[in-house]
Ligand binder design. Structure first.
Ligand code: DQA
Length: 140
């Protein structure tokens, strides 16, 4: 299985920003661990991060036909990006939404994701482990 892990806005600062919430490992540390995890299980993973909403939409559009699934942490865009929602709905490739933090235990605006309804599923609240669980949901 070929999976694409997409991280959205501000996720490039993982390991530096709000360490009490997002931990101290950098995004590239986590990506390396995810690549190894996929490989161990006979799969491959590629990675993309952007702070730009349209680039995230393009990455989702371009995944069609190339990837079997997408693991997506859109960051704050999850809460209001109808453009990303429409991109997910437009492609046949299944998307699993990820959040490192438990968004339901935080500010009110984080409790709603406009992406969840068009995603295959959602994993949240387990820190970096959320990505691993989302990834393995494609092959378990
Ligand atoms: C996040 C949660 C979002 O509310 C926030 O804007 C992020 C990260 C998470 O991984 O917990 O940037 O998606």
């Amino acid at each position: 299985m070929k999976l694409l892990v997409i991280n959205g806005v501000n996720l490039n600062l993982t390991g530096r920003r709000e360490q009490g919430i997002y931990g101290t490992e950098t995004l590239s540390d986590i990506e390396s661990e995810l690549a190894a995890f996929a490989k161990e299980h006979g799969h491959t993973a590629e990675f993309f991060q952007s702070n730009v909403e349209g680039e995230l939409c393009t990455a989702i559009q371009n995944a069609e036909g190339l990837f079997d699934g997408i693991v997506l942490n859109a960051g704050a865009y999850s809460h209001y990006s109808y453009a990303i929602r429409d991109a997910i709905a437009a492609v046949k490739v299944p998307v699993v939404e990820v959040h490192m933090s438990n968004v339901h235990a935080r500010e009110e605006f984080r409790k709603k994701s406009v992406l969840t309804e068009v995603c295959k599923g959602e994993v949240l609240g387990f820190g970096k482990i959320s990505y691993f669980l989302a990834m393995e949901s494609f092959w378990l």
